[in-house]
Structures are given as C-alpha cells and as structure tokens.
Design a protein around this ligand. Structure first.
Ligand SMILES: Nc1ncnc2c1ncn2[C@@H]1O[C@H](COP(=O)(O)OP(=O)(O)OP(=O)(O)O)[C@@H](O)[C@H]1O
Length: 265
C-alpha cells in the first residue's frame, strides 16, 4: 500500500446518540482502496451502529463520512449504494421463494436503479441477466441456478447474500458477521470465497471470529465504547497493550476460528 493514496472511505469525528446516550463517540478512520479492514470490539461497542451510519441507515449526530472524498452522511441508503458502497446484513435479505438466479437479477436491477421494473428495455434485462450469471459463477452457485433460496444450505444462503451485496458492482463492501453460525470447515471455505470475490475491492467487515479476522484483514479497527482505540495491522493490534486490556487479550493471543462444528446446516 502506498501511504499517500487518498482514502476511499473516511470517518471523521463521527458521533451517534440515541436519546441522551452517546453510542459512537468521535470515531475516525481512513480506509485506503483495496484494504480489507475488520472492525472488532466487545458486544455493545457500537459496531453495527457504525455500519448503520456508514450505509445510511442512521443519520450521524455529528462528524463526517466521506466516500471517495464526497460527503455521504445524510444520504439515503440507496443513494450511498449507487455511489459504490454496498452492505450485507446479519439477518437474511433473500427472497426465499425466488431462485438463486432471480435473487441475483433482482439485486442487479435494483442496485442499477431499475428497482423491480422488469418491463424496462430488453437490453438492460440482458445486461442484468449476464451480470447475475457472472456473480453466480463467481460464488460457485451456478449448479444451484434454479434452486429456490429457501432450499439452499445455510452456507449457500450466506454466499448468495454476499452475491446480492456485490451484484451492483460496488467497490466498497461492508459485510456484517459474514461467517456467523457456520461450522469450522464452512468458515474456512467461506473465508476463501470472500477473499476471491472481493479481489480489487475495499472490504469492511464486522466479525467476532478471530480466526476469520486474522485470516482476512490487512488492518483491524478496535472499537470500544464507541471509540476506535486502535487501527493497525493484525500484528500491531495483537501486540497493543491497550487492546489486550480493553478487549479480550486471550482471544487476540490465539486467533483460532471460534465457530463450532454444529452449524445450522
Ligand atoms: N436504534 C437504537 N436505539 C437505541 N439504542 C440502540 C439502537 N441501536 C443500537 N443501540 C444501542 O447501541 C449500543 C451499541 O449497539 P450495537 O448493536 O451497535 O453494538 P455491537 O458492537 O454491534 O454489538 P454486538 O457485537 O453485540 O452485535 C447498544 O447499547 C445498543 O443497545
């Protein structure tokens, strides 16, 4: 990474209060193009709130969010999406009664601004079909092309969700606990898949599994009580005394995947 490349995503003194309680307390972060950043921290530290602020679901109480140097705070989630930032959710975002292909095509059309207007020009539909096929192949889901989302395995559903997030071609991708609920072997395969499908993209993820975090991230941001107390390489974060004291030093000392073999599939 060349240090003076401008950040693709920048948080500056970001704040968010719910009522009188300040949850995000002046968070600042500069993410360079192509970096893979994991946000870690104790339960309730504000990780999901931070994602909700960046993706436009919540309006900040103060501070700034810049995407490619332009302010995005105050924009609607779909406007932020069309500026090239897409996010996945912890809860399922799939249309259960649509096929894998149809789910992806809906996502392409929506993210390109056609909403669900399937009657739009045929050439656009052709482009969306091609993009959906492309994303399906990237996810290794082409053999499940016509399977309904509800009939996929849990890991396939999570892969499809990542496909939906990537469908519109966003350059900045936010993944919220992408491996939650997976077995160890599924988690290992999924980490490889995430690595493959995010080549050339900037990735921000919230993840509790330290094996995934240390296996994927170029940099780790540690959020404690709404403040980013460290933002550095995995090695530097692991050695940081403040991080060890504030956030489960033992977890960082031995970053093995935390998932159990008893996944939901
Ligand atoms: N819409 C809301 N209204 C009021 N309080 C909220 C709201 N959303 C989140 N909070 C509070 O903000 C705090 C941070 O929650 P958040 O979900 O962002 O933490 P987190 O770090 O993602 O936690 P976890 O690791 O458990 O998912 C919590 O105390 C939560 O109750």
């Amino acid at each position: 990474m060349i240090p003076d490349i401008p950040p693709v995503l920048q948080l500056a003194g970001l704040r968010k209060s719910f009522g009188k309680t300040e949850i995000i307390r002046g968070a600042s972060l500069a993410v360079r193009p192509g970096e893979r950043v994991a946000i870690i921290g104790p339960n309730g530290a504000g990780k999901s709130t931070l994602f909700n602020l960046i993706s436009g679901r919540f309006a900040p109480s103060g501070g700034e969010i810049l995407l490619n140097g332009r302010r995005i705070h105050g924009l609607q989630p779909y406007e932020i999406n069309r500026r090239g930032l897409a996010r996945s959710f912890q809860v399922s975002n799939l249309f259960n009664r649509l096929s894998v292909f149809e789910n992806l095509r809906c996502a392409v059309l929506w993210q390109q601004g056609h909403r669900y207007a399937f009657w739009k020009r045929l050439s656009r539909l052709r482009d969306a079909n091609e993009r959906a096929e492309q994303v399906m192949a990237m996810l290794h889901l082409h053999r499940k092309r016509d399977a309904l989302a509800m009939n996929l395995t849990y890991a396939e559903q999570r892969a499809l969700e990542i496909g939906i997030t990537l469908a519109g071609g966003a350059d900045v991708v936010l993944l919220d606990e992408p491996t939650a609920g997976m077995s160890k072997s599924e988690t290992r395969r999924f980490v490889e898949l995430i690595r493959e499908v995010t080549v050339g993209k900037t990735l921000l993820m919230v993840e509790h599994d330290m094996g995934v975090v240390f296996g994927l991230a170029d940099k780790i941001a540690v959020l404690v009580y709404g403040e980013i107390i460290a933002f550095d390489t995995p090695e530097a974060v692991r050695a940081d005394r403040r991080v060890q004291e504030a956030y489960l030093g033992s977890m960082l000392a031995d970053p093995q995947p935390q998932a159990t073999e008893a996944g939901p599939c």
